[in-house]
Design a protein around this ligand. Structure first.
Ligand SMILES: Nc1ncnc2c1ncn2[C@@H]1O[C@H](COP(=O)(O)OP(=O)(O)OP(=O)(O)O)[C@@H](O)[C@H]1O
Ligand SMILES: [Mg+2]
Length: 371
């Protein structure tokens, strides 16, 4: 007796971690799976009337995409392009893609099946991981130093209070107060350097909830000086996370963006755009984080149109004590990266003048080790 499996092929293709695109004989997009949607950052609905050339062709490309596609349609000869460039949101992404002819239905003209594999995102994230590993060593060092600074502070504070009492002379109060205030400031700094002492408490969190908290905090604080934009994919699933820590991360990143925009007003004088901060959420297929390939992750982009991260600190921006601001401590991003790392995720940053994006990747689906 044979057992028949009722396989839902649509579901199967929809679950693939490879981006799949089906194109009809007029080279118009007929179908794209969710991985392909997130690769091109476009919804299936919008992409449907697109010519595939709008997605695959870039200016100044010597390769004649149209000719190659038509040849495959006519002759059935499959081909693969390695390290081709596609443009997504004004950025170049490197992909390998294969094109083959398929007969979906005998009564209709053949279709082209295009399978795309982005190499860029993985490369970029593994670079961040390398940074992350290095910065964990630095963090250990910082924690050690912070601990050593903190140890004698209690003693200094107590002794100063005793001194103030035994001097019992108001004219010295000013000096003892300075010592106590500075000791308190150092203690707060050392506490920040040591990081949170509380263990994270993981609960089911819909990331839009902490994001909305941060949105209203920023909205209240910037008093309409910044245009805030929300672009949410409300179908995102909940993840296991520490809600308060997520708020801290989103706030640290957003505050940096706000500071960069408001402290550089001259930057906006030559432009017709006002300062703008965007909160975007998406599903991201196929993300490698810390050598683990996740089929799916939540991506939260916090994007500003400010002057960008100064070039001399861009590479080291997640390191502790790296700051581009006169009164910055340089701990905000290091703490944020640490928290997201504890959630098995990673923060990736891209910055050019006029567009700085911090993307928080939080995995949520089954994973397997690749290395
Ligand atoms: N969106 C951004 N645009 C421009 N520069 C940025 C942006 N985000 C971060 N930076 C740069 O990165 C530096 C490091 O940020 P980080 O949050 O780690 O430290 P900080 O803001 O200087 O101090 P703090 O510990 O108070 O947060 C900032 O000083 C700033 O120069
Ligand atoms: Mg900061």
């Amino acid at each position: 007796m044979t057992t028949q499996l009722a396989i839902d092929y649509q579901l199967l293709v929809d679950s693939l971690s490879t981006a799949v695109l089906l194109v009809n004989e007029k080279l118009t997009v007929f179908y794209l799976n969710p991985t392909c949607e997130s690769l091109f950052d476009i919804s299936a609905l919008r992409a449907r009337n697109y010519s595939v050339l709008q997605l695959l062709e870039i200016p100044d490309d010597e390769f004649d995409t149209e000719k190659a596609l038509i040849k495959t349609l006519e002759k059935g000869q499959a081909y693969t392009r390695r390290e081709a460039i596609i443009r997504v949101n004004f950025q170049n992404i490197h992909v390998d893609y294969s094109v083959s002819r398929v007969h979906v239905d005998k009564s209709t003209a053949p279709f082209l099946l295009i399978e795309l594999n982005p190499i860029e995102r993985m490369l970029r994230i593994s670079k961040e991981e390398h940074l992350l590993q290095q910065h964990q060593v630095t963090r250990q060092l910082i924690r050690g130093v912070a601990h050593e600074i903190k140890n004698p502070l209690g003693g200094i504070r107590g002794a100063t209070q005793l001194l103030a009492r035994s001097l019992n002379d108001p004219k010295y109060n000013e000096f003892t107060e300075i010592i106590i205030n500075e000791v308190d400031r150092l203690r707060t700094l050392a506490d920040t350097m040591l990081g949170s002492r509380q263990l994270p408490s993981y609960i089911d969190v819909n990331v839009h909830e902490p994001l909305e908290r941060v949105y209203s905090l920023v909205n209240n604080q910037t008093k309409k000086k910044i245009k805030l934009v929300r672009d949410y994919d409300l179908s995102l699933p909940s993840i296991q996370a520490d809600r308060d820590q997520l708020i801290q991360v989103m706030l640290n990143v957003s505050v940096n963006a706000v500071q960069a925009m408001l402290e550089n007003k001259a930057f906006y004088h030559e432009r017709d755009q006002p300062p703008q901060l965007t909160f975007r959420t998406r599903i991201q297929r196929l993300v490698t984080i810390n050598n683990v390939l996740h089929r799916s992750a939540i991506r939260i982009d916090i994007e500003d149109n400010g002057p960008g991260i100064p070039a001399d600190i861009l590479e080291a921006v997640f390191y502790p004590l790296v700051t581009g601001r006169a009164n910055g401590t340089g701990l905000g991003l290091s703490i944020a990266q640490n928290i997201i790392h504890q959630h098995n995720g990673v923060i990736v940053c891209q910055s050019v003048s006029g567009k700085t994006t911090f993307s928080l990747y939080l995995p949520w689906e089954s994973k397997h080790v690749t290395k």
